[in-house]
Ligand binder design. Structure first.
Ligand code: AMP
Ligand code: MG
Length: 325
């Protein structure tokens, strides 16, 4: 079912076409095989989470063929530009604020205002990304809970028949994941860059270019807790499992909407969890803004069944509904 493509010009062209059409294609980077999907297409991104069988939405890295393309979607700063010049293409992921023109779907960033971007050092990956011409979201190409794959055979062990194709480039040279560096606080000098995940590029090499980097653990003393928020939550409170709705409430609907809400956002009229996942963060943001404009007091949320992507949707909704400190 899953096409196995040679990594020649024809294979890359086929893979790019599949990605542009919203299908999922695994491809090699220098670190591990990535499970790629068009990052601008919420349904393709929802498909990545479904194929991996993840019970949660975690933010994905957007991949680009060069730094200029990557910096189209985020607000770069001096540190980001210096590191990109020194280490891209390479195993370094930079987390930066999304910009106003950001093309990446909110689900790919798990609803956050920030976005992780990377230019991988693999000739086939770069050729593919250039041919797609759009950011490609790509977590490791394994089922949730399994180890990251470093060969096309590993990819097929977990994902055969769940993805459209795998572009076979043989074994990945690095085999460990990219180093993830948060540069979102590097603007007003107040806050230092933070190492979120050690990986293929040594933190000492980064510090040689931009100065001190906080290791995880040190970070808490330098950042306010709010800045470390690992998930998006609207400012209006959420009421889950709504069976009715009041005029002073906004409604996040799934299937036929309850009558009487002050504002309604439909996740999926047909009750399709993939469509609902693709619209979840956009819906929460819209209801939050619209609800405050109209003087509404909370967001009532209709029940989403816990099968398939419904599990991850419920996980995110209950985090968004949890009391905040
Ligand atoms: P992977 O799924 O292996 O590609 O890993 C992605 C890594 O990047 C995870 O550790 C994520 O938590 C991290 N990441 C991606 N986007 C963000 C973001 N916007 N803010 C913080 N960490 C991020
Ligand atoms: Mg992984």
């Amino acid at each position: 079912m899953t096409e196995r493509l040679a990594d020649d010009a024809a294979g890359v062209a086929r893979a790019a076409r599949l990605l542009r059409d919203g299908h999922l294609v695994a491809f090699a980077t220098e670190t591990v095989y990535g499970l790629g999907g068009d990052a601008t297409d919420g349904r393709a991104v929802a498909g990545i989470f479904a194929a991996k069988g993840r019970p949660q939405f975690n933010p994905l890295i957007a991949h680009y063929p060069d730094a200029a393309e990557a910096f189209r979607d985020v607000i770069a700063n001096d540190a980001a530009r210096a590191l990109a010049a020194a280490f891209w293409p390479g195993p370094l992921t930079l987390v930066l604020p999304r910009n106003a023109a950001c093309r990446v779907d909110l689900l790919a960033g798990a609803g956050l205002d920030t976005l992780a971007v990377r230019v991988p050092a693999h000739p086939v990956a770069l050729a593919l990304l250039a041919a797609v011409g759009r950011p490609v979201a790509a977590p490791s190409a394994n089922r949730s809970g399994q180890v990251s794959p470093t060969t096309a055979a590993h990819v097929l062990d977990g994902l055969d028949a769940r993805i459209a194709a795998v572009l076979d480039s043989g074994p990945c040279p690095v085999g460990v994941e990219s180093t993830v560096l948060d540069l979102t606080g590097a603007r007003p000098m107040l806050l230092q860059p933070v190492l979120l995940r050690p990986g293929g590029l040594a933190v000492e090499a980064i510090e040689a270019r931009i100065g001190p980097v906080c290791r995880a653990g040190e970070a808490s003393v330098l950042r306010s807790p709010g800045m470390l928020a690992s998930h998006y939550a609207p400012s209006l409170p959420l009421r889950l499992g709504a069976r009715d709705v009041a005029p002073d409430e906004a409604l996040l609907a799934f299937g036929p909407p309850l009558p009487g809400a002050g504002a309604v956002f439909q996740l999926s009229a047909a009750g399709d969890a993939v469509e609902a996942a693709a619209r979840l963060f956009a819906g929460l943001r819209w209801l939050d803004t619209e609800g405050k404009t109209r003087g509404l007091v909370r967001i009532a949320v209709m029940t989403v069944p816990r099968d398939g992507l419904g599990l991850a949707i419920n996980d995110r909704l209950s985090r968004a509904a949890a009391p905040r400190g």
